[in-house]
Write a protein that binds this ligand. Structure first.
Ligand code: AMP
Length: 116
């Protein structure tokens, strides 16, 4: 079984976070180290460590990450100008927390690669 990360504690509200959204499938909160005016993490409530671990049964949940990203981008006022959605995988992808998460980043023009 995969090891729980700090994100499980945020989902369970065992530690504080700037929580923006939560439902039965996903949770969204502001990144503690924002790289842009809007930097939000959207995560499944189920612990999936990396993109390599996504199964067919997770498709609805992973799709929910996109619909919540869309909703939050609108609320942040960045939908029209645009934003970036990023999922890092493993060490070469720059993944630090092994609970899969989508970064929603925007509020300023982004270069061709954001987190090099
Ligand atoms: P990644 O490199 O894709 O694994 O990104 C992990 C992200 O989690 C980084 O952008 C961190 O700043 C962010 N992060 C780590 N701990 C917390 C926390 N307690 N609350 C909010 N964001 C966090």
């Amino acid at each position: 079984m995969a090891e729980e990360t700090i994100f499980s504690k945020i989902i369970n509200k065992d530690i504080p976070a700037d929580l923006l959204y939560q439902d039965d499938l996903v949770t969204a909160f502001r990144d503690i180290n924002p790289r842009a005016p809007s930097h939000i993490l959207i995560i499944p409530n189920k612990l999936i460590p990396t993109a390599n671990d996504v199964e067919a049964e997770d498709e609805a949940m992973m799709g929910r990450l996109f619909t919540v990203a869309r909703k939050l981008a609108k609320e942040e006022g960045i939908a029209e100008d645009g934003y970036r959605l990023i999922v890092n995988c493993n060490s070469h992808g720059g993944q630090e927390v092994y609970h899969i998460h989508m970064h929603l980043v925007g509020g300023r023009p982004l270069g061709p690669l954001l987190m090099s």
